[in-house]
Design a protein around this ligand. Structure first.
Ligand SMILES: NC(=O)c1ccc[n+]([C@@H]2O[C@H](COP(=O)([O-])OP(=O)(O)OC[C@H]3O[C@@H](n4cnc5c(N)ncnc54)[C@H](OP(=O)(O)O)[C@@H]3O)[C@@H](O)[C@H]2O)c1
Length: 264
């Protein structure tokens, strides 16, 4: 929210406006008359989506379409946050915005179907795909790793899923820029560089000055309900085309650790 300096911003959670409630969403849009609506709301529990597919589609796909319909009614532009999980992970080079979607999980399907439907309702909407989000103020991978590293002798972390960690602050700044420049279409928004979860965890522990060893393991050893893409690195070409450069993920991690220290 603080990234929107100089703009009037209304932040809403599910108690203010459950996006499954089309009438409520339209009422809020009519009351606030925004220039832009950013849809970050989601049922984002990737494993939970496998066991609650009805809820996942109701929120992530149908809820997003409700917001798009409201945006259309009040003449607002729309930015929808989507995910690297719309891809299958079979590539070995960064995913471009035009690569075919082929989600392997319920969560990924909800996001992929939402993207397609949103462009039908609002052809000039902006879809910002991001990945591996972390930030202070909630549960996230670095926070979990630091807590586990403090209590365990060693950590086993998967080393066969590669992606782009992304600091929520850097994502927020870029969302503001995308809105201010009236961006349309699909944009990939991640911190620069890529790594595996193991490499990310090793850097988190090293940067925090913790001696706990981090060991690489395979996804097979850490079975989870939802399939994750083995490779979901998002190409920065769409961002560069807009003249936007994101900081590297190690730089973002350093700033996250500083911020985490201050907020503890
Ligand atoms: N985390 C990642 O690594 C990642 C990667 C790629 C894309 N994304 C996308 O980025 C966005 C933010 O992700 P996140 O991990 O920060 O998610 P999060 O922490 O789980 O936050 C989700 C937000 O959505 C709200 N919400 C849930 N159901 C809702 C409903 N029916 N109506 C209105 N609001 C609802 C929640 O509000 P309440 O707290 O009030 O329930 C919460 O504020 C999501 O769109 C997610 O799909 C995340």
């Amino acid at each position: 929210m603080s990234e929107w300096s100089g703009d009037g911003v209304t932040g809403l959670d599910s108690r203010d406006a459950d996006i499954r409630d089309a009438q409520r969403v339209i009422k809020v849009a009519q009351e606030t008359r925004p220039d832009w609506i950013v849809v970050a709301a989601a049922y984002a529990d990737v494993d939970g989506c496998e066991t609650n597919p009805d809820l996942a589609f109701a929120v992530n796909r149908d809820g997003a379409v409700n917001v798009a319909a409201a945006a259309k009614q009040v003449g607002a532009r729309l930015l929808f946050l989507s995910s690297d999980y719309v891809f299958d992970g079979n590539k070995t080079t960064p995913y471009e915005t035009g690569d075919p979607r082929n989600p392997q999980s319920v969560y990924g399907r909800t996001k992929a179907e939402a993207e397609i439907r949103l462009f039908k309702v609002l052809p000039d909407c902006c879809v910002a795909r991001t990945s591996w989000l972390f930030g202070t103020g909630g549960k996230c991978f670095p926070d979990t790793i630091l807590k586990l590293a403090a209590s365990r002798e060693a950590l086993d972390v998967v080393d066969d899923q590669r992606g782009c960690p992304t600091f929520a602050i850097d994502l927020a700044r870029t969302i503001v820029r995308l809105c201010r420049t009236n961006a349309t279409g699909i944009v990939h928004v991640t911190n620069a560089g890529d790594c595996t979860w193991f490499e990310f965890a090793r850097e988190i522990v090293r940067s925090a000055g913790i001696a706990t060893p981090v060991r690489p393991v395979s996804t097979q050893r850490m079975a989870r309900p939802a399939a994750r893409p083995a490779y979901s690195v998002l190409s920065a070409a769409s961002l560069h085309a807009l003249g936007i450069e994101m900081p590297s993920w190690p730089d973002a991690l350093r700033r996250y650790l500083e911020q985490r220290q201050l907020t503890r």
